[in-house]
Design a protein around this ligand. Sequence first.
Ligand code: PFF
Length: 451
Amino acid sequence: MEKKRSNFSSKLGFVLAAAGSAVGLGNLWRFPYLAAKYGGGIFLLVYLVLAITFGFALMITEVAIGRKTRLSAIGAFKKLDKKFGFIGIVASLVPVIIVPYYCIIGGWVTKYLGVFLTGGAKAASADDYFTGFITKPGEPLIWFVVFLLLTAGVVLVGVQKGIEKASKIIMPCLLVLTIGITVYGLFQPGAMDGVLYYLKPDFSRLSGTTVLAAMGQLFYSMSLAMGIMITYGSYMQTEDHLESSVRQIEIFDTVIAFLAGLMIIPAVFAFSGGDAAALGKGPSLMFVTLPKVFDSMAFGNVIGAVFFIMVLFAALTSAISLLETVVSIIHDKWGIERRKGTVIITLLIMLVGAPISLGFGVLDFIAPLGMSLLDFFDFISNSILMPIVAFLTCIFVGFVMKPKIITDEVEKNGKFKAKGYYSVIIKFIAPVCLIAILVFSILEALGMIVV
Ligand code: PFF
């Protein structure tokens, strides 16, 4: 039986739903730590350049493929050309790899919400608090499961719509609170050095690693190169203007990431000295820096709790869209009914997530390529699989289907202002850069080049 594919009722509906998936831990947690680690201003600059070139071209492509075929990634590529159905399968692997570790970070956020709710700002501001927490065997696992069950519960009970509605109010509040915390941080002694570090590009730190990290982050943050935007596009109305919708989502996502960086990086200078060790904290940066900021504020416990509850919402909406994607993949592929699929996937996430969580403590001797298990999963999805998917998509659209198939779709309702620009990027610039970056990243991971 052919079911009618439901559409978003308005352009705003599409933009908000896609932005809800896009804005999440990628913006608030991942972007600031990468920017801090990879040279501040230079990372920001590279990220922005990639966003208006690759990010723009790829998001247009994915949304257009979805709207044209009215199918999710696996079906969509197959429908366009049977021989290239495999691109959809590779793309679908990405959310499968991301979702377990995404829920682990979601668990950390939930834990910190609990800490601030119980008046723990002072304790959480200590340097070794976070490390003490993640190296424990039991506690991070429990919070991981709490976050996962919350996500799965929403999907099982079918209250995603309610969560999305709430997040339409919560997201703007998060934006306002982030701006408030940023302004507070900027007035702390030493913060201006951090602003300079974050905004002024230091070209001596430009390297392949910086570009690779920025590119992986771009895909991750905008939910690209993993089939998600194809799915969102498949629900988009033909009457809506595709180009301007894509621009809005990208601007929104980038502004949030930029602000998160401006909130966290100057704070690292004001509260932790801003030296290389403090900046290179990696995944723990947000959890180490922000508690120090909150602890120094009047009503720090309340502000911290409000902040983390909002971050939790942002993380939840993204995790829900990840889980739903994985459930619909196994539904489309093997016909597994959705509720059953949700239970199966939730159990699998627990199985895969547990060792990743323990990878910071009892299992820290497992260090593939010298990375923690979480970093390793992150690396495989963001630095290997996503560039591969993006490369294949560009080649497929640029040379097999030809860009006209996308530009015609975009032009179904108005002019495609950046049409010429789009075609050049998708055919030439993007594939060449992607392959260069991919080769570089593999060589680097194998230790064949040192940067
Ligand atoms: N874009 C999300 C973030 O920045 O947190 C991560 C993400 C969410 C990726 C949902 C994929 C997805 F389906």
